[in-house]
Design a protein around this ligand. Structure first.
Ligand SMILES: C[S@@+](CC[C@H](N)C(=O)[O-])C[C@H]1O[C@@H](n2cnc3c(N)ncnc32)[C@H](O)[C@@H]1O
Length: 380
């Protein structure tokens, strides 16, 4: 009994720590702090926050404004409930306030660094050793128009959980993502052993931020020109690809991307898989997106032969695109479904049949139930 209670307490503190590092909204961090304190933010939890969360935030990646807001919210809540605020917490807050003016000149206040920690699917409440992957991402701290691609969307969290839950689908495959945004999906694909990861986006500032994120995760690879990338041994590429402008020569499967030879002449092409997270939201872009998907899935149908590696219940020789999406506007989604059907694409909702494990249980702001997972193939 005592062991179970101690494990529970450890798990709550772990979740609080991970939520803070992931830059979860202050209300979510406070909710976890309250839970860890058994209903209130006790001096013990305050010390934990100071030492294990704020104290370990890597220098140079500190989100000073975010940390100051969290401290302020905690102090207000504890004071209001007439509990004790520790001297150390007051001191930390005072120091941060005095540095605030300097910080806002030195730091990018429009971006925040988020450490997204995926728990291992075998996680059983024991310790943080069971964190399988931590992705560090520079994200926009506002959701204003123009920053769409620099924000982290729930669909990419879901698609990442899917990749980490079913690694065999993606390992040894060449994976091509549309509208990659901050690049989280690419980091997960690299982690599960994709043979090649090609991330694309049609927004140049998003692409710049995406490359910065690949560097932050030691995956920096910069190849935009297909001719150059053919010879590149780099595993992750970030490419500009606008769905409106995309032509066949911008797409994999149309390039001679042979990856190896068997015997004298037979070639092996890495099996191509396509992905997208939260890319079905603008009715103006939908027809262009469907055109690109159709080109990808059609062309690969004749050439994307499996190299015979790793069997899996999802493995198929049919070219596949996995798309995670939140249906915010049913009309836009219907427009996608109709355009897909007109182009002879089959769209199957596999959210329940291929449900990923919950690897982000500490992320209270992430509503997994809002995300649908679609499997798109060519009608046979
Ligand atoms: C809502 S964001 C999703 C980003 C990321 N996949 C995620 O889920 O966190 C949509 C992404 O698609 C890109 N995008 C939107 N319209 C596009 C178009 N017409 N061509 C290429 N990329 C586009 C945006 O720049 C943005 O990065």
């Amino acid at each position: 009994m005592a062991d179970a209670a101690a494990q529970d307490a450890d798990e709550q503190l772990l979740h609080l720590n991970l939520a803070f590092l992931a830059g979860e909204p202050p209300a979510c961090v406070l909710a976890l702090a309250r839970k860890a304190g058994g209903g209130s933010i006790t001096p013990y939890v305050q010390n934990f926050l100071l030492e294990s969360c704020i104290g370990t935030n890597v220098e140079g990646h500190q989100n000073s404004t975010y940390t100051t807001v969290i401290l302020k919210r905690i102090i207000s809540e504890v004071e209001l409930s007439l509990d004790v605020v520790t001297d150390e917490l007051y001191e930390e807050f005072a120091q941060r306030m005095s540095l605030k003016a300097k910080d806002s000149l030195l730091n990018r206040t429009d971006h925040i660094y988020k450490d997204i920690s995926f728990l291992s699917s075998t996680y059983n409440n024991i310790s943080s050793k069971l964190i399988s992957l931590v992705a560090r991402l520079s994200c926009s701290s506002n959701m204003l128009e123009g920053d769409t691609g620099c924000s982290l969307w729930p669909s990419s969290l879901f698609l990442s959980e899917f990749i980490l839950s079913y690694p065999k689908i993606f390992s040894t495959k060449c994976c091509f993502e549309l509208g990659s945004g901050v690049g989280l999906v690419g980091i997960c694909l690299n982690y599960v052993g994709a043979s090649k990861v090609i991330l694309t986006d049609g927004d140049t500032s998003t692409l710049t931020n995406m490359k910065e994120n690949m560097e932050l995760n030691n995956l920096c690879i910069e190849q935009e020109v297909p001719e150059v990338s053919k010879e590149s041994k780099n595993k992750v590429e970030c490419r500009y690809l606008s769905w409106e402008e995309a032509s066949k020569c911008d797409l994999p499967g149309y390039q001679p991307d042979i990856v190896g030879f068997v015997g004298q002449s037979e070639f092996i092409r890495d099996f191509l898989l396509y992905l997208g997270a939260d890319i079905i939201y603008d009715p103006v872009c939908v027809p262009h997106l469907v055109r690109v998907l159709s080109m990808l899935l059609t062309r690969d149908g004749g050439q994307g032969e499996s190299n015979g590696k790793s069997g899996d219940k999802f493995e198929t020789e049919t070219p596949v695109a996995y798309i995670a999406t939140v249906v915010r506007n049913p009309e836009t989604f219907n427009c996608f479904a109709k355009a897909a059907a007109d182009t002879k694409l089959s769209v199957v909702n596999i959210t329940s049949s291929a449900a990923p494990s919950n690897l982000l249980p500490y992320m209270l702001s992430y509503d997994r139930s809002s995300v649908q997972l679609l499997k798109v193939t060519l009608f046979s």
